[in-house]
Design a protein around this ligand. Sequence first.
Ligand code: ADE
Length: 226
Amino acid sequence: MRFDVLTLFPEIFSGYLTQSLLKRAIERGLVSIHLWNIRDWSPDPKHHKVDDRPFGGGPGMVLMCEPVVSAVEAVQAKAEPPGHLVMLTPQGERLTHGLVRELARHPRLILLCGRYEGFDERIRILLKPQEVSIGDYVCNGGEVPAMVVIDTVIRFVPGVLGDESSVVEESHAEPGLVEYPQYTRPRVFRGLEVPEVLLSGNHEAIARWRHEQARLRSKKQAHEGS
Ligand code: ADE
């Protein structure tokens, strides 16, 4: 699966791209990530300006049409297929397990990261992106949200997870059900013991216990959320 990220700050991604699961997925050719600086499409050759003050006044700066539209069009033309365009904005559709799975069906995603007060509205009208939000809060830009999209979507790319069953088994795959408690060595830590059933070797009993624990946790979470 191919991701193209359009951003004003490509350097933000470098640490993330060179770590663990994603690094291995890239090395194995399962995922490729291409970073593009929107500034490279600025019509202003001297200052590489990409933003301007809003018409009508108000605080902050607005990302201008020309560099953003040109950048998206140029990047889409660089490879086949042109890719599904996702704009990271706080107003977008909430990223859920279901939306992650939907996004993972595309062989190529173009992730457009904003900064400042937002995008000139005509960018939305012209490019018709799918707008995605990672939650009901405002990040300083779309870069961290784009990393969240990549991090969650690649888990659905065949071969990325060592154990193919994990993505299905993990939390949120079963609607409303959270993860069961996990334990590893030592058997006792500061007086806290690993539940006996997990040491029993009885796989049926373990599965039953885990399912019950997940159910109890979901109930508790629903209660706390209300
Ligand atoms: N940009 C700023 N805040 C965001 C959010 N919560 N989700 C996606 N993009 C954003």
